[in-house]
Ligand binder design. Structure first.
Ligand SMILES: [Cu+2]
Length: 382
């Protein structure tokens, strides 16, 4: 299966859907679009590993039963049919087994729904090592229902000039005070002076977990949002507001056919949403007229924008690039003309962009990094 999927992708690349097209649907493609957020990776895992085997199993079983009945109980093979109308054992099996299958699916699906719906509240503290201290305190000041109480809800990293390295519980450090107001992380060896100890804590664990003990643990603690993106759908376009940065606002409309390439047409907008890479973004949606839906496949987001009501979700984009989405709730004659374009950029580029937007709205710069220019053309799409 994997090989077939890879072949299809390779064929797509050979046909000219190169790096620039990676975030678009491709002709003949049967794979999901690339997951750029940990929740999207989990959604793909849920589809490919949890659902697909169940679906294939049920289809094959039903096919086999059909063939068996057609052959074994045809008029020719079975001229005198039996005339019973009840069989208690069969009733129990065909009621009980589907219930078990649904419970199995619900275990994963409810967990995912919860994660998509719950804004992460994880936090991170950074301590500067002095060469002799090996115990570091993490203030567990969450509300009682969200307090860090299990070892996997704490992740410890050691950062030096070269980069950061994740430490592992038990072999590199011990924890005490879980569930209490202060959690102490005691490293087996005191980090060298100048190194930084990063402690991340919270109950918002996202990412693909081992499946019945197999596979890697890719879960990470998602941090609390650094910004809110307000999305307002209307007939026909999207208005975006950045309440944390002075409430500046702009509207995104699709580019005309002659303004863009055939591949980008109905994906590319005149104004792009811009968000920083690697940070939790809270998204709130509403609408001015009828129900729309803000859908971004790379982040596995599809959330309704309903007049008179605010819906909320979040995402964390893990790689810089330009990503595309569309309105996914049929909303009128130009429903197909409501594309979404998001640029995921570095923090300095994001701050420069915010200041440029603030300048257009007549506001003072907030970050003042005028030396970093936001250049759309330089944003990599691969
Ligand atoms: Cu719409």
């Amino acid at each position: 299966m994997k090989r077939i999927l890879a072949g299809v992708t390779a064929a797509g690349a050979a046909l000219g859907f190169g790096a620039a097209m990676a975030q678009h649907p491709v002709d003949g493609g049967i794979e999901m679009i690339e997951a750029i957020s940990p929740v999207a990776a989990e959604v793909h895992f849920f589809h490919n590993i949890v659902l697909l085997p169940v679906i294939i199993g049920i289809s094959l079983l039903v096919l086999a039963l059909l063939v068996w009945v057609m052959v074994r109980y045809s008029a020719k093979a079975n001229p005198v049919p039996r005339k019973f109308s009840h069989n208690t054992l069969v009733e129990i099996i065909w009621t009980g087994v589907p219930i078990l299958i649904l419970v199995y699916i619900a275990l994963f699906s409810f967990d995912l729904l919860f994660k998509e719906d719950t804004i992460p509240d994880g936090k991170q503290v950074v301590a500067q090592a002095d060469g002799s201290t090996s115990a570091f305190v993490f203030a567990n000041d969450f509300p009682d229902s969200r307090k860090v109480s299990r070892p996997e809800q704490v992740q410890v990293f050691l950062a030096s000039g070269a980069g950061e390295k994740r430490l592992s519980y038990r072999s590199d450090y011990k924890l005490s005070g879980l569930g209490k107001p202060e959690v102490t992380v005691t490293l087996n060896t005191a980090p060298a002076s100048g190194e930084r100890v990063i402690i991340r804590g919270g109950r918002s664990l996202v990412g693909v977990a081992p499946f019945f003990g197999a596979g890697e643990d890719n879960r990470e603690i998602a941090l609390a949002p650094t910004m809110t993106l307000k999305v307002i759908g209307f007939q026909w376009g999207w208005t975006y507001t950045y309440p944390d940065f002075g409430d500046f606002e702009f509207t995104a409309s699709p580019l005309e056919k002659e303004q863009t390439t055939p591949e980008q047409y109905l994906f590319e907008t005149d104004n792009h949403v811009v968000v920083p890479v690697g940070e939790t973004i809270r998204v709130t949606t509403t609408a001015r007229d009828v129900i729309h839906s803000w859908a971004m496949p790379n982040f596995a987001i599809k959330i309704d924008a309903v007049p008179g009501r605010i819906n909320e979700t979040w995402f964390k984009a893990e790689r810089e690039g330009t990503y595309y989405g569309q309105c996914s709730e049929i909303c009128g004659i130009k429903h197909a003309y409501m594309p979404i374009t998001i640029d995921v950029v570095s923090r300095p580029a994001f701050e420069a962009w915010v200041d440029s937007q603030r300048a257009m709205a007549g506001l003072e710069p907030m970050f003042g990094q005028s030396n970093v220019k936001f250049a759309q053309a330089s944003v990599e799409t691969e």
